[in-house]
Write a protein that binds this ligand. Sequence first.
Ligand code: GLY
Length: 596
Amino acid sequence: MGPLSRLARSVALTAGRPSGQQHAAGRTLRRRPEGRPTILLALILLLFAGVASATERPGVHAIASAHPLATAAGHEVLERGGNAFDAAIAVTAALGVVEPYGSGIGGGGFFLLHRAKDGFQTMLDGRETAPGAAHRDMYLDAQGDVIPNLSVDGPLSAGIPGTPAALVHLAERYGALPLADSLAPAVRLARDGFPVDAVYRRMANFRLPALNAHPEAARVLLYNGRVPAEGTIIRQPDLADTLERLGREGFEGFYGGELAERLVQGVREAGGIWTLEDLANYRVVEREPVRGEYRGYRITAASPPSSGGVALISILNQLSHYDLTALDRVTRTHLMVEAMRRAYRDRAEYLGDPDFVDMPLARLLSPDYAAGLRATIHPERATPSELLPVVLEPAPESEQTSHFSVLDAEGNRVAATITINYPFGSGFMPPGTGVLLNDEMDDFSAKPGVPNVYGLVGAEANAIAPNKRMLSSMTPAFVENDARLAILGTPGGSRIITMVLLGAMEFMEGGEAQAIVSLPRFHHQYLPDEIQFEVDAFDAATLQGLQSRGHSLAPQARRFGNMQAIVWDRRSGDVSAASDPRGIGEARKREINGQD
Ligand code: GLY
């Protein structure tokens, strides 16, 4: 507790006593007569104490990421005097090296930032953009049908990367260290190599045909065209050179000069459409995050072109009317699923790149609008999604993307979700660059009404256009009140939003970081009209109850998500950090001696 808080608490405790007992409150107060002025002063001090406690330092560095080597990279940079923003650079770059199936500098992401010294919050939008030669029908055949895999495999599926520009921006605007210093651990990992683990093997096996279709990616990431054995050391000297160049030259080091020429030449020779202008014109955008409230907690989350924050807040707004903790499991789940269904329907209809699309954001985020949605929820019956005329096709689901959370000892924080979309992205690596390209173009709606690989149905708002950002589900989020804070997010395609919802609700009901990342998950996304759930999410009676209310149940063979969360209890000073037990990540915190 800081000195102001202590004084205010002491004043508050003594303010109501007879005047003779007020000495404990300090010299200034002893001179004051009893009664109203004392209480007034107490209130003023309490107000200051509230501000003071909101800006107090955690005194602990904490990082939760999807890979122990990335968590270590972030801590290394913090120990060298970096802040949370420098650590975010280190973690992002390291994840791209050791988790090339999840993210990388060939992709994009959203970085939610909170600066402790002034409480400033922003979202860095490092989302990929469509190349200038992209057009709305580029993945359709002469009959107007979607050509399978064209938006998923190979260079035509790749958007212009945003992650390198985001790292440069982070270092220039928010970091305490030069970019090259923050990239150093990742350069080392790329040059010296890292051991293949079970997740790498599973993902590489899943994407083996795509990787083998592209000789440079196969050469770097496979072993003689096969999935490398566990423990095989993957070295990426070209990627190390590229990261060093980025550290040395900043934006120009990736989006201009020799590297840009190699990227464009590689893409075009393999049938892609990138130009040097596409790279040179790429810009990171700082956007206002979306904000909402749920039962006394403030929610801050990714804004469009991510649909994550809008859908999350829409669901919470719909649910805020109910005391979910007082309801039986079936009713609680039913109501949550119905709110998810409605938020995902709106997502499909309205959301896209804010620089291209007029979106009714004020309406979608409004509690009054949510009340209207809620009024359509039958308390006992599922609303069939097919009441709305959208074609439904089954679509495969897959793990992809990466999330990490950082809190530094000063209270700076980052929640970042970064991606190359499908596992190992497009599977394409322009020769001599070490940059594995994303296949984020698949997040556009290739054809309204036709689901993408994650089963999400898009509409006109998310149609392809040159230089446009594709809609995302990534939902880095802060959830807080004056007493507690959570920094969280997860990969998982279209399920990201509902996973963050479940994690946020667990936190708001008192859960610590470990509980937030561990709890069993369920999901509904409007189409397909089914509750997808991990097999341990519900007991038999709950399943039966949901079925009898008209819900289709779709148990998932695999668990899903890889949440990384940090919780700071400002009252007790406790910081807890946790990495999802479904993954191989690591959460680690370090006390800063003598400063708290
Ligand atoms: N490609 C995953 C997302 O942006 O949500």
